[in-house]
Design a protein around this ligand. Structure first.
Ligand code: PLP
Length: 360
């Protein structure tokens, strides 16, 4: 049964809200796929992060390390619990946090790390795990962009004490909007289940147990999620194939860097087809190139804006390292190209021809 048929069937059944049976079914299938015992379906990847951080019961001045180059959702989840953010710069050609810098950023106040997989290759969370185990630091693995990705054949999203996922429309699988949280820890799982649903009272329903949220996923979304999860292997394969077609046509251009299809520890998932301008002498930054491509009918997106430059985070006195050279550079010189699964080879050829022409 396809996506539309499944959704049609569930609409006809009348089970539309989060009370419907497919929410639990989606959670169970997701747990099995990832390799964690428990899953909690929620309304977005951002909601997943907020619940994950709160479920750790950290204290006011505890520090949480997050990437400087990431989606703001990582920072928001920490701030909203009154915790302190410590930012770590990324690698220049990998775009994930630099592991050595993470290690150096750890202090006795560090209680958790949000380890986010960014864009193409996964963050070496397998290596971070060894460090955190010794120091008793929680890892929240943000695998929003990395569903179906592996590190040394182990699923991304299976490494964190808690892992979070997004099912927004641009992710590997989508429920329109949606997210998932997974863990092996039963206590944390029970807390997350409660936080997702306004922490309704266990004794008296409307005398609530905690400051929770309505971050529930509907039965309609879960139905779509199940249908999409059935196809995850094919989706990941197709995405890789699109990335590969771009790579073959752009790899010879010395003015840009595009991550290779494979490293010894992982395949490139090509969640986005990301391009970084590496030759500053051509006097073009991402903004200018994107404008030129836009005029040719080619839609692009900029890289993330680094956290230390976010105007809304300015007053937070984040415990920063003095320099974020790499995230500053890539946010100015990086952009990504169209990567819809419906893209034809002829369209990729056209886009690459124009990119090579502009950046020659
Ligand atoms: C790494 C990462 N984490 C979290 C999110 C937030 O997910 P959502 O848009 O579902 O809230 C995103 C969104 O793109 C993301 O890229």
């Amino acid at each position: 049964m396809g996506d539309a048929e499944s959704v049609h069937k569930v609409l006809k059944s009348g089970w539309v809200s989060s009370e419907g049976p497919n929410v639990k079914k989606f959670e169970d299938r997701f747990s099995r796929f990832i390799g964690h015992k428990y899953s909690v379906a929620v309304s977005s990847g951002t909601a997943a992060l907020e619940i994950a951080v709160k479920s750790l019961n950290l204290k006011k001045n505890d520090e949480v390390i997050i990437p400087n180059f990431t989606i703001i959702s990582n920072a928001l989840a920490v701030i909203k619990q009154g915790l302190k953010i410590k930012l770590v710069d990324c690698d220049i050609k990998n775009w994930n946090m630099n592991l050595e810098k993470v290690e150096n950023a750890i202090t006795s106040k560090t209680k958790a790390i949000i380890a986010t997989h960014i864009y193409n290759f996964p963050f070496r969370i397998d290596l971070l795990k060894k460090i955190c185990k010794k120091k008793k630091i929680f890892i929240i693995e943000d695998a929003a962009e990395a569903l179906g990705q592996t590190i040394l054949n182990k699923n991304c999203g299976s490494f964190g004490d808690i892992s979070t996922f997004s099912f927004y429309a641009n992710k590997q699988i989508t429920t329109g909007e949606g997210g998932m949280i997974t863990t092996n820890n039963k206590t944390i799982y029970q807390k997350m289940i409660s936080l997702r649903n306004l922490s309704f009272g266990k004794v008296d329903r409307f005398n609530h147990d905690d400051i929770g949220w309505n971050y529930r996923m509907t039965n309609i979304q879960a139905t779509l999620g199940i249908s999409q999860l059935n196809r995850i292997k094919k989706i990941v394969k197709n995405r890789h194939s699109i990335g590969l077609q771009y790579y073959e046509r752009l790899k010879k251009n010395k003015n840009i860097f595009m991550p290779e299809p494979e490293k010894h520890f992982a395949k490139n998932i090509y969640w986005v087809v990301a391009v970084l301008i590496v030759n500053k002498r051509i006097k073009l930054d991402a903004k200018k190139v994107m404008q030129k491509l836009n005029k040719l009918g080619i839609g692009t997106r900029p890289f993330f804006w680094p956290m230390h430059k976010q105007k809304v985070l300015k007053n937070l006195k984040m415990h920063n390292s003095p320099e974020f050279t790499n995230s500053e550079y890539i946010s100015k010189y990086g952009f990504y190209l169209p990567s819809s699964l419906s893209l034809k080879t002829s369209e990729i050829e056209y886009i690459c021809k124009k990119v090579n022409l502009i950046l020659k």
